[in-house]
Design a protein around this ligand. Structure first.
Ligand code: F6R
Length: 248
C-alpha cells in the first residue's frame, strides 16, 4: 500500500479526480472504454463533485466510461431515498453524459432466489469487459471495503452479506435510527476488488485514523478485511493529515 497524504480532503479529492479524468481521456484517444469501480458514502463525494465540474467546465466526456458500484443495501428499492442508486444519481450520474446502459449497481430489489445468479452475472460482466481498470474505495470503521465485513475472505466474490453492528450504527443517522438500517447488503467481494488493476482508497478525518493504521501497518487478517489490500501491487491510500495521523 502506497500512502499519499494531503493537507485536506478537498485537495486530495481534486488529485484523485484529476487522475480519473486523465485515464478517461487516455482511453478516449485510443477509442477504448474505461471500466470504473465506484463507492458511495461521504469519502468520495468531493471527488465526484470535481468530476462533475470537469464535465461541465472543461467538457470531460463520460461517453466511454462503464461503472460498477461496489454495493447496495438489501432489501432496497432503487427509488428509495436510502438507495445507493439514488445516491449515485444525485452525486454523479445525473450531472454527466454517461450512458444509462453503462451504469451498474447491485440490485437490492431482487428476491432472495434471484440474488445469487445476479451476483454471478455482475462478476461476469466485469470480466467480459476486461476487468476493472480502477476501483475507488472508502473504508469502514470495521475495516470493511465495500461491505466486506470482518470474516470476509481474500477470495470472496459478489454476494449477499450481513452488515456488522458497527456499520449499522454508523448508518443510523441516515436512516433516522439504527433499527431502520437494513441488516444485509449485496457487495462485490474482496477478491472482486483485488482483481482491479488499480485501487484508490480515500479516507478523511481523525475517526478513520485507527483503522487506517491497522490497514496499512497491521498484520494481514480476515478480521480487518482492508489489510488484504497489502497484497495488491497498485493500491494507493489517499489520506488527509487527520486520517494519516497514527501512521508511523
Ligand atoms: C460504500 C462502501 C463502504 C464505504 C465505507 C466508508 O459504497 O462500500 O465501504 O466506503 O463504509 O463510508 P464513508 O465514506 O461514508 O465513511
Amino acid at each position: 500500500i502506497n500512502t499519499i497524504i494531503h493537507q485536506n480532503s478537498d485537495e486530495a479529492s481534486f488529485f484523485v479526480a484529476k487522475e480519473i479524468a486523465q485515464l478517461i481521456k487516455q482511453r478516449q484517444k485510443v477509442g477504448k472504454k474505461l471500466i470504473l469501480g465506484l463507492a458511495t458514502g461521504s469519502s468520495p463525494t468531493k471527488m465526484y463533485e470535481y468530476l462533475v465540474k470537469f464535465h461541465k467546465e472543461e467538457g470531460l466526456s463520460f461517453n466511454n466510461v462503464v461503472t460498477f458500484n461496489l454495493d447496495e443495501y438489501y432489501p432496497m428499492q432503487p427509488d428509495s431515498m436510502h438507495s445507493y442508486v439514488r445516491f449515485m444519481n444525485e452525486h454523479l450520474f445525473n450531472h454527466l453524459d454517461i450512458k444509462k446502459e453503462n451504469i451498474h449497481i447491485p440490485d437490492g430489489s431482487l428476491s432472495k432466489e434471484e440474488v445469487r445468479s445476479f451476483c454471478e452475472q455482475y462478476e461476469q460482466k466485469i470480466k467480459d469487459l476486461g476487468g476493472l481498470d480502477v476501483q475507488i474505495l472508502g473504508i469502514g470503521r470495521t475495516g470493511h471495503i465495500g461491505f466486506n465485513e470482518p470474516g470476509s475472505t481474500l477470495s470472496s466474490k459478489t454476494r449477499m452479506v450481513r452488515l456488522d453492528q458497527v456499520t449499522r450504527l454508523d448508518a443510523a443517522s441516515d436512516f433516522f435510527g439504527h433499527e431502520n438500517v437494513p441488516t444485509k447488503a449485496i457487495t462485490m467481494g474482496v477478491g472482486s476488488i483485488m482483481d482491479a488493476k488499480r485501487i484508490i482508497l480515500m479516507a478523511w478525518g481523525e475517526g478513520k485514523s485507527d483503522i487506517i493504521r491497522q490497514a496499512v501497518e497491521g498484520k494481514i487478517k480476515e478480521s480487518v478485511p482492508a489489510t488484504f489490500l497489502q497484497h495488491h501491487n497498485n493500491c494507493d491510500f489517499i489520506l488527509d493529515e487527520a486520517s494519516a495521523s497514527l501512521l508511523t
